[in-house]
Unconditional design. Structure first.
Length: 151
């Protein structure tokens, strides 16, 4: 099996069997993201305690790339403190724009092939941009509910 095939399998597995799917009723942060150009929609629910993401869930619909990226993101950020999450956001967004990540991104490296299709990069980064903006709002004013529309 080639590396490209393995990456495709990883993406399809996360799309067909998303991790951390569902609503989190006691969330500290709720953020919605949408990409109207392709119809991707996500809602992220994060429980932050002591500067750490102790739980995360998501709901959404859209293409396999946006949903798989969100699923993988929830796995890698759970249990991390907010500075670690910000480093992951920067590393992932950098990878999607051609930079070699300086930290381990786990399954997320499967999405680097999306760079060949620039219009699809927004699908992969939607949840990450929503997360970044939600963390910015959270650190400014505490519990947050926000909507992010990427165009």
């Amino acid at each position: 099996m080639s590396l490209d095939e393995l990456y495709k399998e990883t993406i399809l597995d996360h799309y067909a069997h998303p991790r951390n799917k569902g609503k989190l009723n006691n969330s500290t942060i709720t953020v919605e993201g949408a990409n109207p150009l392709c119809g991707d929609e996500i809602s992220l629910y994060l429980l932050v305690e002591g500067g750490r993401i102790v739980d995360v869930r998501f709901e959404g619909r859209g293409c396999s790339i946006s949903q798989a990226s969100t699923s993988m993101m929830t796995e890698i950020i759970k249990g991390k403190d907010l500075s670690q999450v910000r480093a992951l956001i920067d590393a992932f967004k950098g990878m999607m724009h051609g930079k070699e990540p300086e930290i381990d991104l786990g399954d997320l490296v499967a999405l680097q092939g999306v760079r060949k299709f620039p219009v699809r990069i927004k699908c992969a980064t939607l949840a990450w941009i929503a997360l970044q903006q939600a963390l910015d709002s959270f650190e400014e004013r505490g519990a947050v509910v926000t909507r992010v529309v990427e165009e």
